[in-house]
Design a protein around this ligand. Structure first.
Ligand code: FAD
Length: 558
């Protein structure tokens, strides 16, 4: 059975309730997805449950970089920088269409945090720790070369720059493709199924009571080992398990703003100093440039962190300092997103000082929880968790399991030799679509999102009577319904396609078409249609309308 076909959900739920799994993973973000792939490929009978849509938590709201975290060098987090730095090349190799090379420019500013020598040294250490190949290693640029590389930079305060290698991705798509890859190894993954409580046998967690938001029913799932990869919600589950002791989470909100590329025409990704000494990325991507992030302790609703007017002012002011000719204003912000970092609390440290290291907690009743960490390190985090699970399963249940080999497993949609191979495919698809007058942007968009699976979308498109951008979007929807477990309009507009961030105008154009297609597919009644429509409109509105902080976050007064 194709478990990712949204119409197979009732059958999947039946199978889930009738099975006992080796491992139940709570949370369908990058961390849970990585664990599902690692566990299933080693031979564990695997179930992953996600309370909302896949990647609807932090894993669709990051800076979308597969990066080593240059700034962590400043905090002497050598092991973290080495691990995630090295992982970049691995994830790129496994999915070169989705994890793209992205050179980053680090401008050297008069009286900035670091001088030329420290920056050159830092970038060298970064390259060495991450094992960057010589052709891709950093270069230091003079002031003139820097201006040539990025003419928008403020010339009078510039002393030069460092240009170094990073990668960029789509976090939600990466998480979903990793889950789809896990399904190839037999994993069951399901969205809109929330763990409400745990089931215990002989004082050990042996399953979970779950609520299915789509049918309204409650079900019980059983597993030899339960792992919580619930990101910002990890402590909520530890409370349900009566095991929230010692270390706990510290939630930090990070906001990104999206501006039209014409309005913010960056040629080159830039990692620049803010007036308060923090650093922020400016990243051009297709039709837009995005800017972020902030880093503030968060006290509001975890299910709906919002971008506040204070966040917008902070980021625009910082950008205007370094790109002064742009004179960016509130009205230029066409979309935004806000995500929560599930960090591990450290006494006396501010949000940006806290380590990004991951940690595993094991409760007295054997609930394994993992929190912290980076999107970039999802594979190594998964390996550590699954090593722990494998140890327990082999000791207690006499299972024979393989060792971790996710480094060799091509991520769904991959299968390209290298980046050049991806470009050749884009050119081929662009030529094909040009026959129908469709913009080459669509070819780049499809291949960077779906990789080799673009062929399946084009096959559906080929069967359509009309051949235009709208029918291409309908073909894309059909693909995501059959192969990516889409259940709502926002599943499509946000986690599958990234349109809410990178092409918000297309939602306005396509909204009715997509809603009507979903209505027909799922046989929605008028009330469901109206609530889906209202949901899309609310989310589009919230992406570009910003309340003051005190309205959405219960910031303590003392
Ligand atoms: P999540 O993605 O939040 O997944 C947890 C999931 O668990 C959620 O989807 C939630 O709905 C689900 N869940 C919770 N409770 C339950 C329950 N009871 N039942 C079922 N499901 C449940 N890292 C990088 O490598 N590069 C970057 O550029 C980068 N930038 C970042 C920028 C920002 C602003 C932020 C906030 C983070 C950034 N990170 C970055 C870090 C990275 O995004 C996170 O480390 C990663 O996405 C965390 O994934 P996760 O799966 O642990 O959490």
């Amino acid at each position: 059975m194709n478990i990712f076909d949204s119409r197979n959900r009732p059958k999947l739920i039946d199978q889930i309730t009738q099975s006992e799994y080796d491992i139940l993973i709570i949370g369908g973000g990058a961390t849970g997805a990585g664990i599902a792939l690692d566990a299933a490929s080693r031979g564990m009978k695997t179930l992953l449950v996600e309370k909302g849509d896949f990647a609807s938590g932090t894993s669709s709201k990051s800076t979308k970089l597969i990066h080593g975290g240059l700034r962590y060098l400043k905090q002497f987090e050598i092991a973290l920088v080495r691990e995630v730095g090295r992982e970049r090349a691995v994830v790129h190799r496994l999915a070169p269409h989705l994890v793209l090379n992205e050179k980053m420019l680090l401008p050297l500013i008069k009286d900035g945090t670091y001088g030329k020598i420290m920056t050159a040294l830092g970038l060298m250490v970064y390259d060495v720790l991450a094992g960057v190949e010589s052709a891709d290693q950093r270069v230091m640029l003079s002031k003139e070369e820097t201006i040539k590389q990025e003419p928008l930079l403020r010339e009078e305060i510039l002393e030069g720059s460092g240009l170094y290698a990073e990668y960029r991705t789509d976090d939600a798509r990466l998480s979903i493709e990793v889950m789809k890859t896990a399904a190839i190894y037999g994993a069951h993954c399901i969205n809109y199924l929330e763990v409400k409580d745990f089931v215990y046998t002989d004082e050990r967690v042996s399953g979970a009571l779950c609520h299915d938001y789509l049918s309204g029913k409650d079900i019980t799932v059983m597993a030899k080992q339960v792992v919580s990869a619930a990101g910002p919600w990890v402590d909520d589950l530890r409370v349900k398990n009566d095991s929230l002791e010692g270390k706990h989470l510290f939630l930090s909100k990070g906001v990104h703003l999206v501006l039209a590329h014409e309005r913010f025409p960056l040629r080159q990704s830039v990692y620049f100093d803010m007036p308060d000494g923090r650093m922020v990325f400016g990243i051009p991507r297709g039709k837009i440039t995005y800017l972020g992030t902030t880093d503030t302790q968060y006290f509001g609703d975890k299910d709906n962190p919002r971008t506040n007017i204070e966040d917008v002012d902070y980021l625009l002011n910082g950008a205007n300092q370094i790109f002064p000719n742009l004179k960016l204003e509130l009205a230029d912000v066409q979309s935004s997103w806000a995500g929560l970092r599930p960090l591990i609390h450290e006494e006396g440290k501010s949000a940006s000082e806290i380590s990004r290291k991951d940690e595993i907690f094991i409760s007295p009743t054997d609930l394994i929880s993992i929190a912290g960490g980076k999107l970039t390190g999802y594979r190594k985090m998964a390996e550590r968790v699954v090593d722990e699970v494998a140890k327990r399963l082999t000791q207690k249940h006499d299972l024979t399991l393989k060792r971790c080999f996710t480094e060799e497993i091509t991520i769904k949609g991959g299968g390209f030799k290298d980046s050049a191979d991806v470009i050749t495919f884009i050119q081929k698809v662009a030529e094909e679509l040009a026959l129908y007058g469709i913009d080459p942007y669509q070819a780049r968009y499809l291949i960077h999102n779906y990789g080799q699976q673009t062929d399946q979308i084009l096959e559906i498109f080929g069967e359509m009577t009309q051949k235009n951008t709208e029918s291409l979007a309908l073909a894309e929807l059909q693909f995501t319904l059959e192969y990516e477990m889409v259940h709502t309009a926002m599943d499509f507009f946000s986690r599958r396609t990234g349109r809410i961030y990178f092409d918000i105008h297309s939602i306005i154009v396509l909204k009715d078409l997509i809603l009507n297609a979903l209505k027909a597919h799922f046989d929605w009644d008028d009330a469901r249609y109206a609530s889906e429509k209202a949901q899309v409109e609310r989310i589009v509105f919230e992406a570009s309308n910003f309340p003051p902080r005190h309205e959405t976050e219960n910031v303590p007064t003392s």
